[in-house]
Design a binder for this molecule. Structure first.
Ligand SMILES: Nc1ncnc2c1ncn2[C@@H]1O[C@H](COP(=O)(O)OP(=O)(O)O)[C@@H](O)[C@H]1O
Ligand SMILES: [Mg+2]
Length: 342
């Protein structure tokens, strides 16, 4: 066998974790090297081999085996606690927010980009962020933007699976996720955070809720500096105060004003395939839309676009769809009404 053949086999058995065959082939190579007068090489290999065998004896092979098995089982369990593990290509361009919110988000990203510099001065890096504000104003979207801008993997916690009726199980589940995220260096995103950190929920076992809050406090305290936790809530005032204080940053998301609604419309229509039939009417619709969330406004605009397309004659496929402003206005007013009732 040539040296190349030996190297190929070593790579193969090493990657396959086939200890027995790996040891055999290494012994063969040592013999071969001695015969072909590569004595130094043979001695070096022999010493590497000796060292490895010695270490394995100390670890006891059976324990190594059972630990590997344990890790695999735990990994499968953790995966069930995670809704999604993703990389994001969202950036600030996808998000419309007021200047204060934008500055805070940008500063957070800067801290992580300047990680080495801050460490040099022994300064802590903000890594626990709370995003709060009304529903449909971009909290979940902002978490994707943070993951995209930081180019980090993000795990989205599956609250339905994490929260368990079994005593102590919720805390254990949370600890598992935090351990995995720290190990794999990803962002943890916990949406609807209030369902974990609530204090005034009389419907549930108070002792268990307290235990969960205490677990989160502990997990936060021991969070490695390179890990990031993003939590989002529509009900900040329901959160336990001690928990609130542990966040390095608390960033507020608001309903859009007229300017931001305009930005959202431009963003939604960005590819220029759509235009309004009566552009002059748009300004008054923007005024009507104040009080609705970004999500609601975008939803009505997209519905209006679809309805406008369907109202066209079927034979022509237009290059540019004309949005009927009246249809959009009606949808906005309907949306407002239905939310007022709710
Ligand atoms: N600030 C925003 N800028 C741009 N789009 C937004 C914004 N807020 C909401 N949207 C749109 O509405 C959708 C739902 O918003 P989401 O981030 O889930 O809101 P929240 O988490 O605050 O309830 C987003 O995916 C996006 O299409
Ligand atoms: Mg959300």
């Amino acid at each position: 066998m040539s040296q190349f053949e030996y190297i190929k086999d070593i790579a193969k058995y090493g990657l396959e974790n086939d200890q027995e065959k790996l040891l055999n082939i290494l012994n063969e190579l040592i013999e071969h090297s001695k015969k072909t007068r590569k004595i130094n090489f043979a001695l070096q290999l022999q010493s590497i081999l000796k060292e490895a065998v010695h270490q394995q004896k100390n670890n006891s092979l059976s324990r190594v085996g059972s630990e590997m098995y344990y890790n695999r089982v735990e990994d499968k369990e953790v995966n069930e606690l995670i809704l999604e593990k993703l990389t994001s290509d969202y950036t600030f361009k996808n998000l419309v927010v007021n200047n204060k919110t934008k500055d805070e988000l940008e500063l957070f990203i800067k801290e992580h980009e300047a990680h080495d510099l801050l460490k040099k001065f022994d300064l802590p890096i903000a890594n626990k962020v709370l995003l709060h504000g009304p529903s449909g104003c971009g909290k979940t979207l902002a978490s994707y933007v943070l993951a995209g801008e930081l180019r980090k993997m993000m795990v989205v916690v599956n609250l339905g699976a994490v929260v368990s009726s079994k005593l102590g199980e919720t805390s254990k589940n949370l600890a598992k996720i935090f351990r995995k995220a720290a190990f794999e260096d990803c962002i943890i995103f916990i949406d609807e955070f209030d369902s974990l950190g609530k204090v005034r929920d009389y419907g549930q076992d108070h002792g268990e809720m307290k235990r969960v809050v205490n677990t989160i406090l502990q997990l936060f305290d021991y969070l490695p500096q390179s890990s990031i936790v993003i939590a989002a809530t529509n009900q900040k005032d329901m959160l336990d105060n001690a928990l609130l204080r542990r966040f390095d940053l608390s960033i507020e998301f608001d309903l859009p004003n007229k300017e931001q609604i305009k930005e959202l419309v431009t963003l939604t229509l960005k590819n220029g395939q759509f235009k309004f039939d009566k552009p002059r009417n748009v300004s008054s619709i923007l005024r009507d839309a104040v009080g609705l969330s970004f999500y609601s406004i975008q939803k009505t605009l997209i519905s209006a676009i679809k309805r406008s397309i369907f109202s066209l004659s079927e034979k022509v496929i237009p290059l540019q769809a004309v949005i009927q402003t009246n249809t959009w206005k009606d949808l906005i007013l309907q949306e407002k009404k239905s939310l007022q009732k709710a």
